[in-house]
Structure formats: structure tokens, C-alpha cells
Ligand binder design. Structure first.
Ligand code: ADP
Ligand code: MG
Length: 141
């Protein structure tokens, strides 16, 4: 299967709980290669832009406030069929429903504070990578 990329965000609560080392370790051990990575704190308007697609959802305000409340770690990951394989690896949106052993099962606190983000399509993976990373911040190694 061809290598593709996805965009992940290790969400604020994961970092506050000091889970980011364990999450990054699992990402690497499960065959995802880190092509770019950094810690950033989004402004509220950046979080609103990132989650624009959810603008009309009842959880939009809570989500964007949460995502801009403290730093996150963002990364571009490469793997065979990265978008789908990463979503399988992290588990369902609601940690209570996420399969046992998945990242959201192990590290998620609630449906909004569900440990990590993963892109939902190749097109969005590209858009989301461009949202956070310049060319100089991406590496082939
Ligand atoms: P996913 O992150 O699994 O792709 P969505 O794209 O549907 O899920 O939602 C984006 C984010 O919004 C989720 O990761 C979660 O943080 C939050 N969210 C989704 N659905 C809800 C909900 N019903 N209540 C509160 N927050 C939600
Ligand atoms: Mg989504």
C-alpha cells in the first residue's frame, strides 16, 4: 500500500496530563514516521478556522475554546494508508466507545478532550498540514 500522510494534534489535556511522551512513543512503535512536529498554542480564531467544518455544531464553541486553551503538539505522520490506519489506531471520537487499547481509549478524558486529532481524508490531511507547517518544517529522512 502506498505511503501517505495524515495530520495529528496531541490535544491540550494530553499534554497537561503529561501523556504526550507515551502517545508519541506509541505513534512511532505503530509504524508512523514523523515528517514534521512542533508545539504550538493556537489562538481562538486559529482553532475556529481549523475546525470551520464544525461551525454549526453545538460543540463548536467548547471545542475551539478547549483547543486554544493551552499548547498542543502537531505532527505530520507518514504510513501506508496513513489517514485510515491512524484513525483506526486512535479509535472512535468518544473515548467511552473507542476500542480497547486505542489512544483515545487509553488517554482520552471526554468526547471533546479525546487525546488526539486525526485527519479524516487525504484532502483534509493536506489542508491541515498546510495550516500548521511550512515547507522548511517538513523532513524526508
Ligand atoms: P474526529 O476527531 O473523530 O474526526 P469529529 O471530526 O466529528 O471527530 O469532531 C471533531 C472534534 O470535535 C472531536 O475530536 C471532538 O474533540 C469534538 N467533538 C465531536 N463530537 C462531539 C460531541 N458530540 N460533543 C462534544 N465534542 C465533540
Ligand atoms: Mg474529524
Amino acid at each position: 500500500m502506498a505511503n501517505t500522510t495524515t495530520l495529528t494534534i496531541i490535544k491540550p489535556k494530553s499534554i497537561q496530563k503529561n501523556f504526550h511522551g507515551a502517545i508519541i512513543n506509541e505513534i512511532l512503535e505503530n509504524g508512523f514516521k514523523i515528517k514534521a512536529m512542533k508545539m504550538v498554542q493556537m489562538t481562538n480564531s486559529q482553532a475556529e478556522k481549523f475546525y470551520e467544518v464544525h461551525h454549526d455544531k453545538p460543540f463548536y464553541k467548547d471545542l475551539t475554546e478547549f483547543m486554544s486553551s493551552s499548547p498542543v503538539i502537531v505532527a505530520i505522520l507518514e504510513a501506508p494508508n496513513a489517514v485510515e490506519s491512524f484513525r483506526e489506531f486512535i479509535g472512535a471520537t468518544n473515548p467511552d466507545k473507542a476500542a480497547e487499547g486505542t489512544i483515545r481509549d487509553k488517554f482520552g478524558s471526554s468526547i471533546t478532550q479525546n487525546a488526539v486529532h486525526g485527519s479524516d481524508s487525504n484532502e483534509n490531511a493536506t489542508k491541515e498540514a498546510d495550516f500548521f507547517f511550512s515547507k522548511l518544517e517538513r523532513f524526508n529522512y
